[in-house]
Design a protein around this ligand. Structure first.
Ligand SMILES: Nc1nc2c(c(=O)[nH]1)N[C@H]1C(S)=C(S)[C@@H](COP(=O)(O)OP(=O)(O)OC[C@H]3O[C@@H](n4cnc5c(=O)[nH]c(N)nc54)[C@H](O)[C@@H]3O)O[C@H]1N2
Ligand SMILES: Nc1nc2c(c(=O)[nH]1)N[C@H]1C(S)=C(S)[C@@H](COP(=O)(O)OP(=O)(O)OC[C@H]3O[C@@H](n4cnc5c(=O)[nH]c(N)nc54)[C@H](O)[C@@H]3O)O[C@H]1N2
Ligand SMILES: [Mo]
Length: 674
C-alpha cells in the first residue's frame, strides 16, 4: 500500500503500481482503510468494565493501572492450584503480519506456561489434506494462472476473496481459457465464470472421484507421469472404477451425469489445466479428505508438467520464516495442553480436559462473532469468574465482554513484516503516522506485561525491527534459499521482494515432498492416523443423505461465507462498507421460499438446535434448492436481534487438522411476521 501523509495525517491510500502482484489496486475493503484508522469508534484508551458482562459499559483508566491489573491477575492464576494453564490466549488473523501476530505474544504465553491454542479456525483441514497427497504445501505460482487454458475455481469465491488472482484468470480468458466454478452457491465468481456447477455442499470428494472414474475409464490419464511420479495408481483406479461411476456421483452431488462427464473430459484434455482449490470445500466434516482428493487430480492428467497447470491452495508454506526463533517453543513447559480454537465454547464451559479457563486474553480476533456455536461462546464469556482481556482496535462484540480493554494500533501505526497466502512476495510494513490516542502495538503490550511479570529482559526487550530480522534468519549466519538476501534493510530501501524461487514448475518431474517422494494416492501416513489410505468421500455430518432424521426437522444446508464487503468480521464497523452490505441476509431458492410462504425482502428466522438468527430473505432463481446462504460475518450489535449466522454453526471438528466445519450445518427457515 502507498499512503500519503500530510502534517502527520494519512490523507490517501492506494495500491502500489510497482508491486508486481497487486499492480496498484487494493480490494474494496483495504481501499477504505483510512476510514477505519480515523473512525469515530476507534478504541483510544484502556478501559475497565463497570456494567454487567456483555453490556459494553466501561470507564477510562490509564495504561499503568490496566497493565498492573492484568499482570496481577495472571500472576495470581499462575500461582494458584489451577496453574498457568487456566490462562488461554486467543488470537487469529486480525493482522497476519509476523511481528504483530506471532512474536512476543507467543513468547509471553509460552514463558507464562499458558494453555497452547491450536489455530485451526480457517485453513488446517485443507492444509493437512493437501500435504497428505503432496508432502508439502507448495502448489502453482498464482501468477501462472494467466497462462492456464482451463481454470477451475473449486470452493473459491475468487472474485470477492482473492481479486488479484481473478485478474490473472481474466487474462487467461482473454487468451482463450475457460473458467469453471464449482460452488453450491451462485457466487459472484460463479456468475462471471463460463460454467457453474452447483453440487450439494460437502460432496466435492465424490465429484473428484467421479472425474477420476471418467478419466481412467476413457484412458485420458497421463500414464507416463503416473508411472514415474505417483504412488498407488492401481488401487486408486480400481476404487474409482468400482465405486464412483457418474450415476452414483450424480446422486451424491445432485449434479447431472452429463455435466460430470463433460467436466472430466474438458479438464483432462485442455492443457494446461489449473485448479484453485480453496476454503469453501474444506469447512465440512470430510473437508480435509476432500482437499486431499481434489489435489490428486493434477497428477493423474500430468498437469504438473506445466508451469500453468496443477493446483493452488495456499502459498504460505513457501515463506521459510524462523518461527521457532520468534515463538520460542522451547519455553513451553512439558505437558502443556493444547486447546483447539474451534472449541472455545467448550473451553469456556470447563468441558475440556485440564483446568477450567479462568483468564482469556484475546487479540487479533473477534471470537464473539467468528466462533462456531456463538450462543454457547457468549454464555461462556458472561461467566463472572472469568477474567477477560481484549486488545482491539474497535468495540467489537468480544470487547463487550471484556474486564479490561486495551487499544491497539493499526497497520499504519506499527512495524510489521508480511508474507502472503496468495502470492510470493515479502514486504515490510513501516509505520507512517503516530499511534492514535493512547494506542499501543501488540508487541509493546506484551513487552510491558513481561516486564511487570518479571520475565527475562533478553527475551522481551527486543525491537520490532530486530524481531523482523530474526524472522528472516538474519542473525543465524545463513538464510534459507527462499529468503536469500532478503533483509529488513533491503525491504526498507528497495520495497517488496519476491521469494527466491525457481521458475520451474515444482513437480514437473515428480519429486513430491512425501516420504515416498511420489504424489501419494496411497498414503501410509493416513492409514497410520486411522483413515482410509486412499482418496475417499466422507459425507457431511449434516445433510439429507447423511443425517435424514435431523434433516426432517432442519431440511436446508446452510453455508455462511463472508460478505464481499467484510474481511471476516473486520470492516463491519466501517460505515460505507456496512451500508453496502445492508443487513444480514439469507439467500434462498425460489422453490424453498415459495414452500415456506417467504416473500422477497421478508424477514426470516433461521434456526436449528444450536440457535437462531434473523435475516432478510433474498429470493434467487439461481440458488439451488436445498441450500441457503448467509453472508457474514456480522457483528451481533449491528443486527436487529443481536445474533449472527454463527448462532447456528457447530463446533464439530473436521476430519483432519482439527479444522472448522462452518458450512456443514442444517437449518430451517421460517417467515417472521411484520
Ligand atoms: N472479501 C473478502 N475476502 C476475503 C475474506 C473475507 O472475509 N472477505 N477472508 C479471507 C480469508 S480469512 C479466507 S480463509 C479466504 C476464504 O476465501 P474462499 O476460499 O473463497 O472461501 P469462502 O468465501 O469461505 O467460500 C468460497 C465459496 O465456497 C463455497 N462453498 C461452501 N461450501 C462448499 C462446498 O462444500 N463445496 C464447494 N465446492 N464450495 C463450497 C461458498 O458458497 C463460497 O462461495 O478469503 C480471504 N479473502
Ligand atoms: N460463519 C462464519 N464464521 C467464520 C468464517 C466464515 O466463513 N463463516 N470464516 C472463518 C475464517 S476463514 C477465519 S480466518 C476467522 C477469522 O477470525 P478472526 O481472525 O477473529 O478475524 P476478524 O473477524 O477479522 O477479527 C480480527 C480482529 O482483529 C482486530 N485487529 C486487526 N489488527 C489488529 C492488531 O494489529 N492488533 C490487535 N490487537 N487487533 C487487531 C480487528 O479489529 C478484528 O476485530 O473467522 C472464521 N469464522
Ligand atoms: Mo480464513
Amino acid at each position: 500500500m502507498l499512503v500519503t501523509v500530510q502534517d502527520g495525517r494519512a490523507v490517501a491510500i492506494g495500491g502500489d503500481p510497482q508491486h508486481e502482484f497487486t499492480r496498484g489496486f487494493l480490494c474494496q475493503k483495504m481501499a477504505r482503510y483510512l476510514e477505519r484508522v480515523y473512525h469515530r469508534d476507534r478504541l483510544l484508551h484502556p478501559l475497565r468494565r463497570v456494567g454487567p458482562k456483555g453490556s459494553g459499559q466501561f470507564e477510562r483508566i490509564g495504561w499503568d493501572e490496566a497493565l498492573d491489573i492484568i499482570a496481577c491477575r495472571l500472576t495470581e492464576i499462575a500461582a494458584s492450584d489451577a496453574g498457568p494453564q487456566a490462562i488461554l490466549p486467543y488470537s487469529y488473523c486480525g493482522t497476519m503480519g509476523k511481528i504483530q501476530s506471532e512474536s512476543l505474544d507467543r513468547r509471553f504465553f509460552h514463558r507464562l506456561g499458558a494453555s497452547l491454542l491450536d489455530r485451526t479456525i480457517c485453513a488446517s483441514a485443507g492444509a493437512f489434506g493437501y500435504r497428505y497427497t503432496m508432502g508439502t504445501g507448495q502448489g502453482m505460482d498464482p501468477e501462472a494462472f494467466a497462462e492456464s487454458r482451463y481454470i477451475i475455481n473449486w470452493g473459491s469465491n475468487t472474485v470477492e476473496t482473492n481479486s488479484h488472482l481473478w485478474v490473472r484468470m481474466l487474462e487467461a480468458r482473454r487468451r482463450g481459457a475457460k473458467i469453471v466454478t464449482i460452488d453450491p452457491r451462485p457466487s459472484s465468481t460463479a456468475a462471471r465464470s463460463d460454467w457453474h456447477l452447483a453440487p450439494l455442499p460437502g460432496t466435492d470428494a465424490a465429484l473428484a472421484l467421479g472425474l477420476m472414474h471418467v478419466i481412467f475409464r476413457d484412458g485420458l490419464q497421463d500414464d507416463d507421469y503416473l508411472a514415474k511420479a505417483c504412488l498407488g495408481t492401481d488401487a486408486l483406479r480400481e476404487r474409482v472404477l468400482t465405486d464412483y461411476a457418474p450415476d452414483r456421483v450424480a446422486q451424491i452431488t445432485c449434479l447431472a451425469v452429463a455435466d460430470i462427464e463433460t467436466l472430466a473430459r474438458e479438464y483432462a484434455t485442455t492443457s494446461p489445466a489449473a485448479i484453485r482449490i480453496n476454503y469453501g470445500m474444506q469447512r465440512h466434516a470430510g473437508g480435509g479428505m476432500a482437499i486431499r482428493t481434489a489435489a490428486c487430480l493434477p497428477a493423474i492428467i500430468g498437469a504438473w508438467r506445466h508451469r500453468a497447470g496443477g493446483a493452488l491452495l495456499s502459498t504460505s508454506a513457501l515463506f521459510p520464516f524462523n518461527l521457532a526463533g520468534l515463538h520460542r517453543p522451547d519455553l513451553v513447559p512439558a505437558g502443556t495442553r493444547t486447546i483447539n480454537m474451534n472449541s472455545l465454547a467448550e473451553a469456556l464451559h470447563g468441558e475440556l480436559p485440564g483446568p477450567k479457563v479462568e483468564a482469556l486474553f484475546v487479540y487479533n480476533s473477534n471470537p464473539a462473532a467468528v466462533c462456531p456455536d456463538r450462543q454457547k461462546v457468549l454464555s461462556g464469556l458472561r461467566r463472572d469468574d472469568l477474567f477477560t482481556v481484549v486488545l482491539e482496535q474497535f468495540p467489537t462484540d468480544t470487547v463487550d465482554y471484556a474486564d479490561i480493554v486495551l487499544p491497539a494500533t493499526t497497520q499504519l501505526e506499527h512495524v510489521d513484516l508480511h508474507h502472503a497466502y496468495g502470492h510470493h512476495w515479502v514486504q515490510l510494513n513501516e509505520p507512517v503516522i503516530a499511534p492514535q490516542g493512547e494506542c499501543r502495538s501488540n508487541t509493546d503490550v506484551f513487552r510491558e506485561l513481561a516486564r511487570r511479570m518479571g520475565f527475562e529482559p533478553k527475551l522481551f526487550d527486543v525491537s520490532d525491527r530486530d524481531l523482523a530480522r530474526e524472522a528472516l534468519w538474519e542473525f543465524s549466519g545463513q538464510q534459507p534459499a527462499g529468503f536469500a538476501g532478503i533483509t529488513v534493510d533491503k525491504l526498507s530501501s528497495e520495497g517488496t521482494q519476491r521469494l527466491r524461487l525457481s521458475d520451474q514448475p515444482p513437480y514437473a518431474d515428480g519429486h513430491f515432498g512425501t516420504p515416498s517422494g511420489k504424489c501419494e494416492f496411497f498414503c501410509q501416513r493416513l492409514a497410520d492416523a486411522g483413515f482410509d489410505p486412499l482418496p475417499t468421500f466422507i459425507p457431511p455430518a449434516e445433510s439429507a443423505q447423511s443425517a435424514p432424521a435431523l434433516a426432517e426437522r432442519y431440511p436446508l444446508q446452510m453455508v455462511c461465507p463472508p460478505a464481499a464487503h467484510f474481511l471476516n468480521s473486520t470492516f463491519v464497523e466501517t460505515d460505507t462498507l456496512r451500508r453496502r452490505a445492508g443487513e444480514p441476509e439469507l439467500e434462498i431458492s425460489r422453490d424453498d421460499a415459495a414452500m415456506r410462504g417467504i416473500e422477497p425482502g421478508q424477514k426470516v428466522r433461521v434456526s436449528n438446535d444450536r440457535g437462531t438468527f434473523l435475516a432478510v430473505a433474498r429470493v434467487s432463481n439461481e440458488q439451488r434448492p436445498g441450500v441457503v446462504v448467509a453472508p457474514g460475518i456480522w457483528w451481533g450489535k449491528f443486527a436487529c436481534d443481536g445474533a449472527n449466522a454463527n448462532c447456528t454453526t457447530s463446533t464439530r471438528i473436521a476430519d483432519f487438522g482439527g479444522g472448522a466445519t462452518f458450512f456443514d450445518n442444517l437449518v430451517e427457515v421460517v417467515a417472521v411476521d411484520g
